[in-house]
Design a protein around this ligand. Structure first.
Ligand code: MN
Length: 694
């Protein structure tokens, strides 16, 4: 077995040996043996044995001190997709943890493979439309999100995999290089940045930049190196000087400088129009100390030493959303040249560079045993979510739809909650414990008696409390459903359900029970349901009504509504103020209208009239329609009314929303469009005139 063992394995075991136990090392060795066997005889496009790729990926993770399960998964990560080795075999031999990580990574590869145009087709021909691209990317991002919440190691592995693929991209075709590089800039680099892995992010960006714009890369790189060369001596004198001064104050600090990365420099010059060498932070200094008070002491010392320029940023007192804590200042340093300083603790710096992976690095540094990732996923969840929340801001995508879809689908309208055993469930935002119960099992919903939710207090301590049926679940909640065999479905529950499937299950349980058809339901008398709670609406004929929402006044949930019975079982719903309703009732006898409660009709969708105020310009309507489409909202009508002399317009959109949708999210989105000044529901449409002055 020893024959032909690559040097890469030797290096990997050396790295792992620095922080792993003998048993863990044996696991890594076994995973290597299995993977090498599975990939035997296969070569990469570059000509080297395939196993070199998983080995290199494993080494990237080992440099982050990732645990043995993570390293083993890295070694095995391409076996399921590329060889006869199956996921079940991995599970049987290595256990469910490793199998799950491999499975997660395999799923991403499938999404990527599905990408049209990444094969051998000529560029420009058979290219995916922006819509297809947006959909695929959305799918990728959704999978990344879920995987990340399940086990961060999946994402670390995926990033390492992508990094190595990019490092060895030269042997791919030009078309493949372009696809991979673009995808990296659009999805993987922002993700790496969002979870704090700055080093990986920077390398991904620079590699992608290199492949996409080789000439530009070379030009920027040359400029930066020239800059570094001409300022190196000065930079080193500054470091020495600061270090000595701080030592005099009894502060032991590491002081160093760094050169701006090519892609970042390029981006900033593109945005600002300034030439690369003129960027103020081509070189920046870092002062790393042990404690936060020392950060302030160091800042004071530097300001004492040199005149400081206008901007001081205190991200220690006011950390960034992602938790970043540093002091930033700019001073006129030696030779009256501007020097930018970032002052932070060593711990924060490790975190700045390695993000979520610093969890493993810190533990390895302390010599603590490394455990699985489940606890990390739960403990660090709120931090994760805070980081992910603004991820979309970093996504620089050409396809607007994608960003829209991402915002609404992934970040605004979805939450992730856990069962007491740590299984994850994704639900629409504002879902209740009852939705959760029905999601897990119909019987759990039908016998729902309450819920206990474990959340985290502001200081991170776990808090468990009983919540009411209408409690809006939050991402990270651990939900325990309490049941009672004597509990039974109630009509009023309909008001507390956000998910369609739960409503359907509940409606099924609520249907008139004939005999004991519903074996799982306790057969207590149905007369027990409170009389003042409306059941599903009945037509005066006594049959369940066929409900239609009026197209005259567009009733929305929460409005005061009235039903007008028609032929057959038809009941048309109007808003109280509807002009058509008033006219109809005037023609009929009084009392022909039915008082209706929204809970009794629960339509799948409803239409709302929306007023958009803004500056009219070419393509305005088109932009509004695109925005709606991107949010998955069905635009069924529109009309524009230009207010002359100032180019202003009021556009009325008629939109169909699913019952559980939140139009406010859509309104917010619309308000970000160029030219839009305000968006609100048009409640006047179809209504009798407001009785001004009367
Ligand atoms: Mn791979």
């Amino acid at each position: 077995m020893d024959q032909g063992e690559p040097a890469g394995l030797h290096a990997l075991l050396g790295m792992c040996g620095a922080y792993m136990s003998a048993a863990d090392l044996a696991l890594v060795q076994t995973a290597y043996t299995v993977a090498a066997q599975a990939h035997r005889g296969v070569l990469r496009v570059s000509g080297e044995p395939f196993i070199e790729h998983p080995l290199a990926v494993a080494r990237i993770l080992a440099s982050l001190a990732i645990d043995a399960a993570g390293i083993a998964a890295a070694l095995l990560h391409d076996t399921v997709e590329d060889t006869h080795y199956t996921l079940d075999e991995i599970k049987a031999r290595f256990g469910p943890d490793i199998a799950e990580i491999v499975d997660g990574v395999t799923k991403f590869s499938l999404v990527e493979l599905a990408e049209p145009g990444s094969g051998t087709t000529a560029p420009g021909d058979g290219r995916p439309t922006s819509e297809q691209r947006a959909r695929l990317q959305q799918e990728t991002v959704r999978k990344l999100m879920l995987a990340m919440l399940r086990d961060p190691r999946v994402v670390l592995l995926k990033l390492a995999d992508r990094l190595h693929n990019l490092r060895t991209l030269a042997s791919m075709s030009a078309a493949q290089r372009a696809v991979k590089a673009r995808e990296t800039l659009e999805i993987y680099a922002p993700l790496a940045g969002r979870i704090g892995m700055q080093l990986i992010k920077a390398e991904l960006e620079d590699l992608a930049f290199f492949y996409l714009q080789p000439e530009e890369f070379a030009r920027v790189n040359r400029l930066l190196e020239k800059e570094a060369h001409s300022r190196q001596a000065w930079a080193e004198r500054v470091c020495e000087h600061v270090k000595r001064q701080l030592a005099e104050d009894g502060i032991s600090a590491a002081v160093n400088w760094r050169l701006k990365r090519p892609y970042r420099a390029y981006l900033e010059t593109q945005q600002s129009g300034i030439r690369e060498e003129m960027l103020h932070d081509v070189i920046a200094f870092r002062v790393l100390v042990n404690t936060q008070p020392e950060c302030y002491a160091a800042l004071g010392r530097i300001h004492h030493l040199w005149h400081h320029l206008d901007r001081i940023r205190d991200y220690i007192a006011n950390p960034k959303v992602n938790g970043y804590r540093s002091l930033h200042t700019a001073v006129l340093a030696l030779d009256h040249r501007v020097a930018l300083f970032h002052i932070r603790t060593h711990e924060v710096h490790r975190w700045v560079q390695h993000g979520v992976a610093s969890h493993w690095l810190e533990r390895a540094a302390r010599g603590e045993p490394l455990d699985g990732a489940t606890r990390l996923a739960l403990d660090g969840l709120s931090a994760w979510v805070a980081q992910l929340d603004s991820w979309h801001r970093d996504l620089r995508l050409s396809a607007d739809d994608f960003v829209n879809a991402l915002k609404s689908d992934v970040f605004e309208d979805q939450i992730f909650v856990f069962t007491p055993k740590g299984h994850i469930q994704d639900l629409p935002a504002a879902s209740t414990p009852l939705d959760f119960a029905y999601r897990i099992h119909t019987a759990l919903g039908d016998h729902f008696a309450g819920a206990r939710v474990q959340t985290r207090g502001p200081d991170g301590t776990p808090l468990a409390r009983e919540v009411s049926v209408d409690y809006a679940l939050k991402t990270g909640d651990v939900v325990q459903i309490l049941t009672d065999p004597n509990a039974h479905p109630r009509y009023e529950w309909l008001a507390h359900l956000r998910t369609r499937s739960a409503r359907e299950k509940l409606m099924r349980a609520l249907r008139p029970r004939e005999g004991t058809e519903h074996g799982h339901l306790p057969d207590e008398p149905s007369a027990e349901t409170e009389p003042d709670i409306p059941g599903p609406l009945l037509h005066p004929s006594g049959k369940p009504a066929l409900v239609r929402l009026g197209r005259c006044c567009y009733p929305c949930p929460g409005d005061e509504i009235v039903g007008v019975p028609g032929r057959g079982r038809l009941v048309t719903i109007h808003r109280d103020c509807c002009r058509v309703l008033r006219r109809t009732l005037a023609k009929r006898q009084q009392g022909a209208a039915l008082r209706v409660d929204w809970r009794a009709i629960s339509p799948a969708t409803y239409r709302a009239a929306i007023a958009v105020y803004g500056q009219d310009h070419a393509g305005f309507m088109h932009e509004l329609a695109e925005c709606a489409r991107g949010q998955g909202i069905n635009l069924t009508g529109s009309s524009a009314q230009a207010i002359q002399d100032r180019n202003k317009a009021i556009v009325t959109l008629i939109c169909a929303f699913p019952l559980n949708a939140r139009p406010e999210a859509f309104f917010r989105r619309l308000r970000t469009l160029p030219g839009v000044t305000w968006v609100e529901r048009n409640t006047q449409i179809g209504c009798i005139e407001p009785q001004a002055g009367a």
